[in-house]
Ligand binder design. Structure first.
Ligand code: G1P
Length: 292
């Protein structure tokens, strides 16, 4: 059966980024530069690689540089053109041509579920992707593209998942799930819990910041009550969705970097810097030459 195409990707990006202070005092966390582009551009490129054509940014006060980044910049383009800097002109233009970008705001920080609910009218009655820009997934085949394939196979909501060690699971949504014999990357979800207390987790299968959700999720979000941390949790809404529809986890192929705090961001900078086609080999040589 042909399922609806995943055309829209929602980016919850309304947070204050307090873990990155002072960097985020006047700059959105999502605009911090990881190697040579802002954090959010990685997620947007991944959505585009998965076939999405519309990006929905869930923003908040003081974060308009995110939408400016994906808009055209006529003054910059005119200046580069006048100086015949065609390669740079192409870089500047290509960002604004990635996708159609729509912005809506989350007026209060009431949780991830609430942030996704802000996209209800723009998404409408079709399945859609959600990408949390803090999670950078380095993969030969874009993580979201792998998940779209899993959606095309099942027609059900798909949650990006990976195994995390020990008590680290308490920082994530956690899946009670069983791999399918026909495709062990697909995990049939029986239950889920947001940020389980250490020792109470049903498994080590974490939900990462990648989701494909059916539109019924909006009705579920509208009916949940505040959960972990007093927030409207997306995990609780997906758990409610399980009463109506099957939901699958998906063990993606790739390496995730948690760029959501300073240490993770530094490590991601080094690892992605080393893999950068133009900067990587010089950086590697320099690192090797240092004694530290
Ligand atoms: C959010 C979700 C959580 C998920 C995580 C992935 O948590 O609530 O279920 O596992 O993203 O990064 P947060 O990191 O916003 O606390």
């Amino acid at each position: 059966m042909a399922h609806q195409k995943i055309r829209k990707a929602v980016f919850p990006a309304a947070g204050m980024g307090t873990r990155f202070l002072p960097a985020t005092k006047a700059t959105p966390k999502e605009m911090l530069c990881l190697v040579d582009k802002p954090l959010i551009q990685y997620g947007v490129e991944e959505a585009v690689a998965a076939g999405c054509t519309e990006i929905i940014l869930i923003s908040s006060r003081g974060k308009t540089t995110m939408e400016d980044h994906f808009d055209s910049n006529p003054e910059l383009e005119a200046s580069l053109l006048a100086k015949n800097k065609t390669a740079l002109l192409e870089i500047a233009r290509s960002v604004s041509r990635l996708a159609k970008v729509t912005v809506t705001r989350q007026p209060e920080p009431l949780g991830l579920g609430h942030a996704v609910l802000m996209a209800k009218e723009i998404v409408g009655n079709e399945p859609f992707a959600v990408i949390l820009p803090d999670d950078i997934v380095d993969a030969d085949i874009a993580c979201m593209r792998q998940m779209v394939e899993a959606f095309n196979e099942t027609g059900c909501s798909i949650l990006g998942s990976e195994v995390v060690e020990g008590d680290a699971i308490s920082a994530y949504g956690c899946l009670d799930c069983t791999p399918l014999a026909s495709n062990p990357r697909l995990l049939e979800v029986k239950n889920m819990v947001e940020k389980p207390a250490p020792g109470t987790q049903p498994s080590q299968n974490a939900i990462i910041g990648r989701y494909i959700l059916t539109p019924r999720i909006f009705e579920m979000i509208e009916n949940i009550t505040p959960g972990a941390g007093g927030e409207l949790q997306l995990t609780d809404a997906i758990k409610a969705l399980l009463q109506h529809e099957k939901v699958y986890g998906y063990s993606y192929i790739g390496k995730r970097h948690d760029a959501g705090d300073k240490q993770g961001f530094l490590r991601a900078t080094v690892e992605l810097g080393l893999k950068h086609p133009k900067l990587g080999s010089d950086l590697r040589a320099w690192l090797k030459s240092q004694t530290f």
